[in-house]
Design a protein. Structure first.
Length: 256
């Protein structure tokens, strides 16, 4: 499957990584790094790092043939065209979806495209309430669990009110979240994030979701993502660091 320009944008791959993916996609049985270097017209010594990065994101894989690795593409396992078809491109690397079900699909798509990365979540004060009204808490709980299974490091920026009202969440949801191994939070004054939106920030992409209006935006423009990251870093610097998993476990013990 040859990647279209739109698919390469959504994946967020570099020029070298794109050439590797195109070359591997033509070799169903896999090829050695020496053969890959020849087909992709790239020096072999420049392939090791991009191969490692693509393998970490589950876009490629390898098998041993004797003592040598044979690399092959895994793009056929990721129905990109079907997923991209649910997104409406509004400005190059910015895509919009509407409806609760489409927001859920976008959240899952983000995990598909960005496994094994650090994920920063900024949750507006009103966002948690909107998610509950839309019946999204069980989904969000399962989504967090899936993120950790993919070895994604979770960080959250949240208001003090959001953290302190976590005990009011359904006990089944809390028990599911309490099984997470690591989830670091940074609490800030509520008035600083008194909005009805949630930001999911990956290494090179961001999702901004408004559950109340049932609309979400996927952003893959480096300049915009960098601006959002700098904005979030300010909150991390001034916020109070807290272990969210420990806080949830304490809430469960007090409620027992």
């Amino acid at each position: 499957m040859a990647l279209s320009k739109e698919e390469r944008r959504l994946l967020g791959v570099s020029t070298t990584q794109s050439r590797i993916l195109r070359s591997l996609d033509k070799q169903a049985d896999g090829i050695s790094i020496q053969a890959l270097a020849k087909i992709a017209a790239l020096p072999r010594t420049t392939l090791y790092w991009p191969l490692k990065q693509l393998e970490r994101r589950n876009l490629i894989a390898f098998e041993y043939a004797g003592k040598r690795k044979r690399w092959f593409s895994r793009l056929s396992e990721l129905p990109l065209r079907k997923k991209i078809g649910s997104l409406q491109s509004v400005a190059g690397d910015v895509h919009v979806v509407e409806g609760v079900e489409q927001i859920r699909k976008l959240y899952n798509l983000a995990l598909d495209l960005h496994p094994s990365e650090r994920l920063l979540i900024l949750e507006g004060i009103a966002a948690a309430k909107s998610i509950r009204k839309k019946g999204g808490l069980p989904f969000i709980s399962a989504w967090h669990v899936r993120a950790q299974r993919q070895r994604i490091i979770l960080e959250s920026i949240l208001g003090e009110k959001t953290l302190n009202t976590s005990a009011q969440i359904d006990s089944r949801v809390l028990k599911s979240l309490s099984r997470l191994t690591l989830w670091i939070g940074y609490t800030v004054p509520d008035k600083w994030i008194d909005v009805d939106s949630t930001i999911l920030l990956f290494r090179d992409a961001a999702v901004i979701a408004d559950w109340k209006e049932e609309r979400a935006v996927y952003i893959n423009t480096p300049e915009i993502v960098r601006l959002i990251r700098n904005f979030c870093e300010v909150y991390k610097i001034v916020g109070k660091k807290v272990d969210i998993v420990s806080h949830i476990r304490t809430s469960l013990r007090e409620a027992a």
